[in-house]
Design a protein around this ligand. Structure first.
Ligand code: NAD
Length: 488
């Protein structure tokens, strides 16, 4: 790994009890740059022993450290300070994320610049969680409800938007007074290791935020199973999510799961076609399809099907693949070698299932794209809702196009999926814009927009897309336990 000929890889450290740490058994994992296909850094490969140290530190901080005595207002002030530090470090954090997951710098920088809002919003909310007195129906009794933090929260997160999706958990969990152990994705941990330092700079006491890095089975599972962890907040794939849900159930642990999707983007004949083409492209191709909310099923009304598809293909032929740091690049590489193989597999499956490839359909051979993990933006037409590319999450730049005649048919197709994360509707009909969201079984519906999120707006899935909601006021309640007190 660190021979004399190869340049030494930069090492990053875990953050446990306010200190930098290597793994107890000295193991390291390489983290690779998807644009070059080469390793660029080393992160500690944690095991159950490291997780135990981190959870114990978090438990100590929660039960007897300075954090446990801090007022909610003071917690808020720390979060405001952290927000300022993130804003000052946004460029550097974005650079690290691009190196780890290959997504466009413009997107990662946009996310980093947006992160402070989460700490400002939930920092402001910290001292506004009020209990209440009930008009209890018992003579000589006083009754009130108070909201208490749960304890240690384990946050397990994916590589596609590493810090954004972690902050969705950290901000409400900390505002509510919990402490946290984060296990970021083994493919994109570095930005979280750097963010941990900013928590210390902002003045968070040791043990309040800890980060352990490593593999799902070696570091993630022990975190889920640790008896001192009260709640697991997970974002990731459905296979991991199912295992975590089962393991958490054995200890009746609180969980939230933000899982996958196969979200429909529905374009009606009355839509503003140019706007819809742009929205469809940003819904699936902007992040190389590597977003849980990707609009990976395009449902086109039959009367505009051919015209729309031609425009879409024509636009996508002009898309530039390449260096994610280059502002001229439209599409970067996929994030991991495993993802590359998976997307190429699905392209074969789609062909075998009889879908018609109208764009791409192969690993990219463009100049500058052969070392990294690039897939040509791919569109399959003639897809039916029973084909695997219409039912399974690909998580890559692959769009499945289906056709429908009536609104009822569109709704039936849109809802005929095990997932229910998001849906897009493109129409200029006001009645349809108002009535369709109610009929779509998805946690988020956009009308004449796609992939918009906010710290103010609850996000999460129906059906197999998950359990619980992140963002918005309600999310803080996921990190609190109501206590009912009767006094005679
Ligand atoms: P993944 O499930 O492979 O990994 C996510 C995290 O879970 C990683 O940190 C991994 O190490 C850990 N992990 C895996 N198995 C585990 C186990 N058994 N116990 C404990 N931890 C475990 O997902 P990924 O490939 O990193 O991310 C892609 C997936 O995430 C996609 O399916 C995508 O749809 C989903 N996702 C969902 C949302 C959402 O908000 N709904 C957002 C982004 C990504």
């Amino acid at each position: 790994m660190t021979s004399k000929t190869a340049p030494a890889l930069e090492r990053f450290f875990m953050h446990v009890d306010g200190k930098d740490r290597e793994a107890v058994d000295g193991g390291w994992l390489e983290t690779k740059n998807p644009y070059t296909g080469k390793p660029w850094a080393l992160i500690p490969r944690a095991s159950a022993a490291d997780v135990d140290l981190a959870v114990r530190a978090a438990h100590e901080a929660f039960s007897s450290g300075p954090w446990s005595r801090m007022s909610a207002s003071d917690r808020g002030v720390l979060m405001f300070r952290l927000a300022d530090l993130i804003a000052a470090n946004a460029e550097r954090l974005a650079d690290l994320e691009v190196r780890d997951n290959g997504k466009l710098r413009v997107e990662m920088l946009g996310q980093m610049r947006y992160l402070p809002r989460w700490f400002q919003y939930y920092g402001g909310l910290a001292d506004k969680i009020e209990g209440h007195v009930t008009p209890i129906d018992k003579a000589n009794m006083f009754h009130y409800v108070a909201y208490e933090p749960l304890g240690v929260v384990g946050a397990i997160t994916p590589w596609n938007s590493p810090l954004l999706l972690t902050v969705w958990k950290l901000a409400p969990a900390l505002a509510a007074g919990n402490t946290v152990v984060v296990k970021p994705s083994e493919f994109a941990s570095v930005s979280m290791l750097e963010l941990a330092k900013l928590f210390t700079q902002a003045g968070f006491p040791p043990g309040v935020v800890n980060v352990v890095t490593g593999l799902g089975q070696e570091a993630g599972e022990p975190l889920v199973e640790h008896p001192l962890v009260a709640r697991i907040a997970f974002t990731g794939g459905n296979a991991g999510g199912r295992r975590i849900y089962e393991a958490a159930a054995r200890q009746f642990k609180r969980v939230s799961l933000e899982l996958g999707g196969k979200s429909p983007n529905i374009v009606f004949a009355d839509a503003d076609i140019d706007a819809a083409v742009k929205g469809v492209i940003s819904g699936i191709f902007a992040a190389g399809g590597q977003t849980c909310m990707a609009g990976s099923r395009l449902l086109l009304q039959a009367s505009i099907h051919d015209r729309f598809l031609d425009k879409l293909v024509e636009r996508m032929r002009e898309a530039r693949l390449g260096d994610p740091n280059d502002p001229e690049t439209d599409i970067g590489p996929v994030a991991t070698e495993q993802q590359l193989a998976k997307v190429l597999d699905y392209i074969e499956i789609a062909r075998r299932d009889g879908a018609r490839c109208v764009l791409g359909g192969e690993r990219s051979t463009r100049p500058g794209c052969t070392q990294g993990w690039f897939v040509e933006p791919t569109i399959f037409a003639g897809v039916t809702n029973t084909m695997r590319i219409a039912r399974e999450e690909v998580f890559g730049p692959l769009l499945s196009v289906l056709s429908f005649e009536t609104e009822e048919e569109a709704i039936a197709l849109a809802n005929d999926t095990p997932f229910g994360l998001a849906a897009g509707v493109w129409t200029t009909d006001l009645g349809r814009a108002m009535t369709l969201p109610k009929k779509l079984k998805a946690g988020t519906v956009w009308v004449n927009a796609y992939r918009v999120v906010s710290y103010l707006a609850p996000f999460g899935g129906f059906k197999e897309s998950g359990i619980g909601r992140e963002n918005g006021q309600a999310a803080i309640m996921e990190y609190l336990e109501p206590k009912s007190v009767f006094i005679n």
